[in-house]
Design a protein around this ligand. Structure first.
Ligand code: GUN
Ligand code: FE
Length: 445
């Protein structure tokens, strides 16, 4: 048994009443045992959180850990050029070690900035090594290998045979799904409709139903992408996903920038989850997702940073701030207020992955996934009579995260990472990207 007692904190619970309370949190093993005042349980670790703010750990519903090594290698391009000229050749150059260090680099950044759960789309090969990094680091993840069995201008190394792609996915699922008492889950990750045959997608639909796991894909991110789909299938992207039976409550769609009214209705009615990626959508010039309209349709929206080469950070503070402010010029100042965005970043993310009973809020009985913030600095002051959620969404930064706990384990304690050796990961990440860059010229198409 291991235990942590956090004393004298301001606790932003995000429970059903969104209570903010002053008190203590007692964690035993992987769960929150008790929340209250003046708790005096003996604990292996006591954290004096006087003057600190404790929040549910952020849940990012769209991340590519395999792309963290490509940070800065694909700036100032639009989606299809970004993929064809830079990202696919780089992914084709990956090896076992580079996948591992790419994941560790990303997870280090995520833990440092208070993210405790990710939905992670990997590349075609070596996904075992990303799972290895996830396992060692202690972060919570739903992850899967990307699936892509068709498409033009795709490097040979990434072109998959349909049956092999499905088989490799199932093999990974059987090895990693529910690893460490469910901390890791598998998710099927067809890349996007442009890269996937109907046979692949309908098999994914059936496997997702059989194993009760999520399907994670990109959808309607870019205007040219939806034109390609419409030209080939004679219908709009999300209509096509619905047509083949993929649109259900286990489907998590990244981006959803280019939707019409019918597609918004399909998403809401089928319980499809939207992962809004404002930073990526801006940098890749994809557009601004119509999130206020999606929310009016009662659609479910959560947040993600996407990959390092299209953002270029994996920082939920960035995404929250952008998600709020980009809507205001068009929809007015009250659109996407701080609380709406903070909900998306926490309990909304939990709902997206079907884990709202386990994570996403600070409540007795739930998994202990949380971040401790120190909001005592110039950039977040004054604090007098300000909603703490406004301070977090509009003023705070990742540097204000002092400690991060996942599954009852301290992964960062007072800015010190406990499961990741920063010096080694920074050094190895440079070696790895240098090696991949050398291979780039010889990538076969
Ligand atoms: N669409 C297909 N693949 C990708 C990817 O890797 N990143 C983003 N942002 N969009 C995609
Ligand atoms: Fe993406």
């Amino acid at each position: 048994m291991s235990s942590i007692l956090i004393k004298n904190a301001e606790i932003i619970t995000m429970n059903i009443n969104e209570e903010i309370i002053a008190g203590d949190i007692y964690i035993v093993d992987d769960r929150i045992r008790e929340i209250g005042q003046n708790l005096s349980h003996a604990a292996d670790k006591v954290i004096d959180a006087t003057g600190r703010t404790v929040i549910p750990g952020f849940i990012q519903t769209h991340i590519h850990l395999c792309q963290t090594l490509f940070r800065g290698q694909a700036d100032d391009l639009e989606l299809m050029d970004w993929l064809k000229q830079r990202i696919w050749p780089l992914e084709a150059s990956h090896d076992e070690e580079s996948i591992y260090y790419s994941a560790m680099l990303g997870i280090g950044e995520l833990i440092q900035s208070g993210t405790t759960t990710v939905v992670d789309m990997e590349t075609v090969h070596y996904t075992d090594f990303a799972f290895q990094a996830i396992a060692e680091s202690g972060i919570r993840a739903l992850a899967g290998k990307v699936m892509m069995d068709k498409g033009k201008e795709v490097p040979v190394r990434l072109r998959e045979n349909t049956k092999e792609s499905l088989q490799e996915s199932v093999d990974l699922l059987e090895k990693w799904h529910r690893y460490d008492d469910g901390r890791i889950q598998y998710a099927f990750c067809p890349r996007f409709v442009v890269s996937c045959t109907k046979e692949l997608l309908t098999n994914v639909r059936d496997l997702s139903a059989t194993y009760k796991v999520c399907v994670h894909t990109h959808a309607s991110e870019n205007a040219n992408e939806i034109l390609l789909v419409e030209k080939e299938h004679g219908m709009r992207n999300v209509v096509y996903l619905d047509h083949i039976g993929l649109a259900n409550e286990r489907l998590i769609l990244a981006h959803c920038v280019w939707l019409d009214e019918e597609e918004k209705r399909i998403i809401a009615e089928r319980g499809v989850k939207v992962s809004h990626c404002p930073g990526s959508n801006l940098k890749l010039a994809s557009g601004v997702a119509e999130v206020p309209s999606l929310l009016d349709h009662q659609a479910h929206v959560s947040l993600g940073a996407d990959g390092a080469p299209c953002n270029n950070n994996l920082d939920m503070f960035n995404e929250m701030r952008l998600a709020a402010i980009i809507q205001k010029p068009v929809h007015g100042p009250t659109a996407m207020n701080a609380r709406t965005v903070f909900r998306m970043a926490t309990i909304g993310g939990a709902r997206a992955v079907g884990m709202e009973k386990e994570i996403g809020s600070i409540e007795a009985g739930k998994k202990a996934d949380l971040a401790i913030l120190n909001l005592n600095d110039f950039h977040v002051y004054p604090s007098y009579d300000i909603d703490p959620i406004s301070r977090i969404v509009y003023s705070a930064t990742r540097a204000d995260v002092e400690s991060t706990i996942v599954n009852g384990k301290l992964l960062m304690d007072n800015r010190q990472l406990k499961t990741i050796d920063k010096a080694i990961i920074l050094k190895e990440s440079n070696f790895a990207i240098k090696r991949l860059m050398k291979k780039l010229e010889n990538v076969a198409f």
